[in-house]
Ligand binder design. Structure first.
Ligand code: ATP
Ligand code: MG
Length: 420
C-alpha cells in the first residue's frame, strides 16, 4: 500500500478555517503601512546563495545551518530566501531605486531549516519593512511607532519593547577586542557554540541562551560604554521620542540580533504568551549593507515580524472566523435552477459587498435548506417555480426571528444593502 503524501515537516497548510486570522493581520498591516507611505515590493523566493552569505554573514545560524540551498541545473548555487532584507536590498540596487529615499515593505514565506517547534517552522511568513536613504533617528522611531500602532489596531497588548545600540563598525571593533579578552578569560565556562564563536562572532555570545554562558555574559563589558558621541545621541533621540510618544521600552545592552549586518539601533518586540519563541518582531539599522552588496553607501533601517506568532496570539485572544455569508440562494426545479445564476449575478451587480453563495447540484427544498443553514448565512433566498412565475424571491431568516417574505428584485436588492 502506498504511503500517503504529506507536507514537509515544519511546513504547513493554512486551512480555510484559519484564513480569517491571516487576512486580519495582513489587511491591518497593509492599511497601517499605506498610512505611513510605505510601498510594497515583491521579490523572488529564490536568490543566488552568495547574496545571503554576503549579507547575513558566514558565521551566523542562518548561513551555517539553516539555509535551503541547492544547485540549479546549470550548477549555480541557489537558496530559498531565509529572510527578506537581502532580497530587498538586491532589488533596490538592481533597479536604481536608491537615488532617493525609499520606504518599502514586503511579505511572504521565508525558509529556514530549523528544529520545528511551537512558533518555529521551516516555512514561515514575515511582513518586513525597510527604509533606505534616511540616516536620522526619526526614521528608526517611525518604524517603532508604526509597529506599536499595528499592535493597537490588532488589539494585541502586553508586548515588551527592548532596544539597544550596537554602535558603528569602528566602535564595535574596539569593543570586540575587550569582549574577546573578557570571554577568553572565562573560556572554560562557556558552552561549545559560544566557544566556537569566541573569535569569529563574539557579539553573538551575548545572546546565548545557555544558562551558564548567560551568567558569564552578565559580567561582560557593555557595548553602551563604547559608543561615540554621534551614535549615543542617535540612540538617545530614539529613546526620547519613545518617551514623548508614551511607548514603554527597556534598554537591553545584551540585545544583539542574529544577523551580522546591523549597526546602531536594534530592537525587538517580545511577548510572554507564546512560550520560548516570544519575539514577534525584530529589526534594526544596517547602514553598511547596501554598499557591502555593491550599491552606493546608503543608510537603511528595517524590521520583520513573524506572522505565525502574531496569528497564534490573535487566536489566543479569541479572534476567529471570517464575517459570515449574507445569503444562500436556494433554487428548486429545472426552470428556477436555470434562472438562479443570472439572478445571483444581478444581485452581485446591485449589491457589490454582498456575500452570496449559490446552491449547486440541485436537490429538494429540504436538502437545499439544510445546506443553507449549515453555511452560516443570514438569509436563505428561495427561487422555486411559483416564485419564478410571480417574479419574486422568497426571503427566510436563518439566524434570527423574522417573518418570511417575498420581494421583487429591486426590493430584495434594497433589503440586502440594508438588512435589519
Ligand atoms: P529567533 O531568535 O526566534 O530565531 P531570529 O532572530 O532568527 O529569531 P529574525 O530573522 O529577526 O528572527 O526574524 C524576525 C521574526 O521572524 C522573528 O522575530 C520571528 O517572529 C519570526 N521568525 C524567525 N524565524 C522563524 C521561524 N523559524 N518560524 C517562525 N517564525 C520565525
Ligand atoms: Mg533564528
Amino acid at each position: 500500500m502506498s504511503k500517503h503524501l504529506q507536507a514537509i515537516r515544519g511546513m504547513h497548510d493554512i486551512l480555510p478555517e484559519r484564513i480569517a486570522l491571516w487576512h486580519c493581520v495582513e489587511d491591518t498591516a497593509r492599511q497601517v503601512l499605506a498610512g505611513y507611505g510605505y510601498a510594497e515590493i515583491r521579490t523572488p523566493l529564490v536568490e543566488v546563495t552568495d547574496l545571503f552569505k554576503r549579507s547575513i554573514g558566514e558565521v551566523t545560524d542562518i548561513v551555517e545551518k539553516e539555509m535551503y540551498s541547492f544547485d540549479d541545473r546549470n550548477g549555480d548555487s541557489l537558496s530559498l530566501r531565509p529572510e527578506g532584507t537581502a532580497s530587498c536590498v538586491r532589488a533596490a540596487i538592481e533597479h536604481g531605486l536608491l537615488v532617493q529615499p525609499q520606504r518599502l515593505w514586503y511579505r511572504g514565506p521565508m525558509f529556514r531549516y530549523e528544529r520545528p517547534q511551537r512558533g518555529r517552522y521551516r516555512q514561515f511568513h514575515q511582513i518586513g519593512v525597510e527604509a533606505f536613504g534616511l540616516a536620522g533617528p526619526d526614521i528608526d522611531l517611525e518604524l517603532i511607532l508604526l509597529t506599536a500602532r499595528l499592535w493597537r489596531l490588532l488589539g494585541l497588548s502586553g508586548f515588551r519593547l527592548e532596544i539597544n545600540s550596537l554602535g558603528d563598525a569602528d566602535e564595535r571593533l574596539a569593543y570586540r577586542e575587550q569582549l574577546i579578552a573578557y570571554l577568553a578569560s572565562h573560556a572554560d565556562q562557556l558552552d561549545a557554540d559560544s566557544l566556537k564563536r569566541l573569535h569569529t562572532n563574539p557579539l553573538r555570545v551575548l545572546d546565548s541562551k545557555h544558562p551558564q554562558t548567560q551568567q558569564i555574559v552578565a559580567g561582560a563589558p557593555s557595548l553602551m560604554d563604547h559608543l561615540g558621541e554621534e551614535t549615543r545621541t542617535h540612540f538617545e533621540r530614539i529613546c526620547r521620542g519613545l518617551d514623548d510618544a508614551g511607548v514603554a521600552y527597556r534598554v537591553n545592552p545584551r540585545l544583539v540580533r542574529g544577523l551580522d549586518y546591523y549597526n546602531r539601533t536594534v530592537f525587538e518586540w517580545i511577548t510572554d504568551d507564546l512560550g520560548a519563541q516570544g519575539t514577534v518582531c525584530a529589526g534594526g539599522r544596517y547602514d553598511g549593507l547596501v554598499e557591502q552588496l555593491g550599491g552606493r553607501s546608503t543608510p537603511a533601517v528595517g524590521f520583520a515580524m513573524g506572522l505565525e506568532r502574531l496569528i497564534e496570539l490573535l487566536e489566543l485572544a479569541g479572534h476567529t472566523s471570517e464575517p459570515p455569508l449574507d445569503a444562500y440562494l436556494v433554487a428548486v426545479g429545472e426552470p428556477a435552477q436555470a434562472a438562479a445564476p443570472l439572478l445571483a449575478e444581478r444581485l452581485r451587480d446591485a449589491v457589490p459587498a454582498l456575500r452570496l453563495l449559490t446552491h449547486s447540484g440541485g436537490g429538494s427544498f429540504k436538502s437545499q435548506f439544510k445546506r443553507a443553514d449549515k453555511s452560516g448565512a443570514r438569509y436563505a433566498l428561495v427561487l422555486g417555480e411559483t416564485e419564478l412565475e410571480r417574479g419574486v424571491i422568497g426571503v427566510k431568516h436563518l439566524r434570527e426571528e423574522g417573518e418570511q417574505r417575498e420581494l421583487g428584485f429591486d426590493e430584495l436588492a434594497a433589503f440586502l444593502r440594508m438588512p435589519g
